[in-house]
Ligand binder design. Sequence first.
Ligand code: SF4
Length: 385
Amino acid sequence: MRHLYLHVPFCQRRCSYCDFAIAVRRRVPARDYVDALRRELELLGAAELGRPGAESLETLYLGGGTPSLLPAEAVTTLLAAVREACGGPGRGRDGGPWDGIELTLEANPEDVTPERAAAWRRAGVNRVSLGAQSFDDRVLKWMHRSHDAARIGDAVRTLGRAGLGNVSLDLIFALPAELERDWGRDVAAALALAPAHVSLYGLTVEERTPLARWIARGRTAAPDDARYAEEYLAAHAWLAAAAYEFYEVSNAARPGWRARHNAAYWSGRPYLGLGPAAHSFDGRARRWNVAAWEAYRRALAAGRRPIAAEEVLTPAQRELERRYLALRTNRGLALGTDGRLAARAARWVAAGWARCPDARVRLTPEGWLRLDALVGDLTDPGDRT
Ligand code: SF4
């Protein structure tokens, strides 16, 4: 297994828009969590881990939730357990234990301290995905984030001093109009920190979130499509002018700094996910763990694997997924000999939604805005084109 994801479910509070599988805890049960993860690793055994040797692992991603809430010792213990389970080698050339691996940790700015950053680096972390979201304190408060704008810059500088210069910043766009958020100012503030990578997420309204309740009560306006499109396209232009390349619908990087872990998902490669709600894919079937932290912990304490369900993809589902994932990226989708796809691609090119400079169809930013509809267009059974 070359791509491993560990889900750390804990957050100190729920952000106003978030429906992720999290456990809100004032005090993170770090020891219980590390013990549970260890048990899950043991139950997987060699059959699924493949005992490849940690040098065969290409990417490891600690996501959440908020992995940076774990005490630094817990991160160290957790990564050591993974390395041991993978039959890992000793220290690598770069002085870390995971030579050559992209090892990402998601962090919230308020958790980044010189001590933690140094400990993460020693444990092998070499990339940090920072949940910035906005540089406007009013907006951050509305989002229920725990940091203010100043903490974002402090965190990036602290990470850099600890040897963690490979930082990705997450930003959210298409916020309700009444917030009067200055999107251009936020993107400029992010670029001023010279991150290696930027991820942009349009605000969506998920059920059972504070945001959904505010909208239902008329306290806030629903996000609108025109604002979404305008801000998405503007961000493309600004980032391109700053030499960032959008290599996926939501992700842009400076040359040489693409996220290898996420790229594995988009190219359909197998991955293994551990922790509550984590998903795994072996190239044929997708499996996911129970979402609730307590249910996950109890299953492992009883010696059971915490699997909630598994879905075997049909050949048609796999093909649809392959096309969807390919169109998400700037590699695009090979036209091959599919006349129907070629006809669609010609129509998309005429509309300005795609380019076909070679035998591949690549969506433009305007096309990415319509990604789901265009993939649906490919499978429309009523169309005989
Ligand atoms: S920190 Fe991230 S995972 Fe936690 S509530 Fe906020 S958006 Fe959700």
